[in-house]
Design a protein around this ligand. Structure first.
Ligand code: TRP
Length: 350
């Protein structure tokens, strides 16, 4: 069976969104609206997998859920044409995750590098949810039988696990799937990652070898989507560079991670290739390039920050968007859950 192409992606409501989230994920989300039906989910159930100090407790969770929603809308996601909602409002995510828990193997989860990183040394003390995180993620995607998943490259391994789960489900229940009219035995599609963002890896402004991250202790390492123009200017002026002028060709950036990162950000925000940016700025000093970068960042990000501020000030409006999105998501999810229950052999009301 040819699956209808559908896009699904999720963002966790844990702390401030920054330029890395924007260029690595959200810009792609916006673009994919032109070609696909898209479902964008604020994954509040995933936020709970980390210690409460990390996600900040109940009022922070609600605040951050609304802020991520506001960022989606401010960046140009259309919640009427597409679907924007928070995960916990659609119970199918948890229901399908249970079935997938019984399909996924312990050995598969033991290979997940993100669990090892996030659990750190004290693995015994990590939540069971953190370990099971990738199974819930597979349920998120497959509950809508989504075929394309725009994500940052750190999520590639989780996407592979989603494919393995879909494939094993299709194999384990193949006869039943065919018996229910899916003649090729494929009930779930094998979702494809979509990683071709303009800048899939935005690095820290203080260390060009580390990813820009909300957990970095220094706020100068990142540009938050809610930073005002003065803050953006300060952060870029203080960004680490080296004493050489900018190179004129891309290969001159290779041994210079900080220069490469700033040029990459400029290229992504101006939607031009790095080579072209270097043709304009190559041979010049960082100070003048940084001035141009400040101006570009402020021009691109200020309208988003302003719109986010306006939306966050009206939580009733944001909540209404999430409720409407969840209602529409639930309709699709209900179809998948009914078919899945039939395929597995769960007795249900008809
Ligand atoms: N794990 C993803 C991240 O941290 C968030 C996520 C949860 C997600 N469920 C998803 C992404 C489903 C894509 C599809 O970035």
């Amino acid at each position: 069976m040819a699956f209808v192409e559908r896009v699904f992606s999720g963002v966790q409501p844990t702390g401030n969104l920054h330029l890395g989230n924007y260029l690595g994920a959200i810009v792609n989300f916006v673009k994919m609206q032109e070609t696909h039906n898209c479902i964008y989910c604020v994954v509040d159930m995933h936020a709970l997998t980390q210690p409460v100090e990390v996600w900040g407790g109940p009022s922070e969770l609600a605040r951050n859920t609304r802020e991520v929603t506001a960022a989606f809308i401010a960046a140009g996601i259309d919640p009427k044409k597409h679907i924007v909602f928070n995960q916990s409002q659609v119970s199918g995510h948890a229901e399908l995750a249970w079935i997938f828990n019984c399909v996924a193997r312990v050995g598969w989860l033991n290979r997940m590098t993100q669990f090892k990183e996030k659990a750190g040394k004290d693995r015994e003390n990590a939540s069971v949810g953190l370990y099971d995180y990738p199974v819930l993620m597979a349920a998120d995607i497959l509950l809508y039988r989504a075929t394309h998943v725009p994500v940052g490259d750190d999520q590639k391994q989780h996407l592979e696990l989603s494919r393995d789960i879909a494939q094993k489900f299709n194999n384990d229940f193949g006869d039943s799937i065919r018996g229910h009219g899916y003649n090729d035995g494929m009930y779930f599609p094998l979702p494809e990652p979509f990683i071709t963002g303009p800048a899939t890896r935005v690095m820290s402004l203080r260390d060009g070898t580390k990813k820009m991250s909300k957990s970095d202790a220094s706020d100068y390492s990142r540009i938050n989507l809610t930073d005002d123009a003065d803050t953006i200017a300060q952060k870029i002026r203080k960004a680490k560079t080296d004493p050489e002028p900018l190179p004129s060709e891309e290969k001159g950036l290779e041994p210079r991670p900080e220069a490469d990162n700033l040029v990459g950000i400029y290229a992504a925000l101006s939607e031009r290739p790095k080579a072209e940016v270097l043709r304009e700025f190559g041979g010049g000093q960082f100070s003048s390039f940084k001035n141009a970068l400040v101006e570009l960042c402020v021009t691109k990000l200020s309208p988003i920050a302003a719109e986010m501020k306006r939306l966050v000030a009206d939580p009733g409006h944001v909540d209404a968007i999430l409720i409407d999105g969840a209602d529409r998501a639930r309709t699709i999810a209900a179809e998948t859950m009914k078919a899945t229950q039939d395929i597995v052999g769960f007795v249900r009301k008809r």
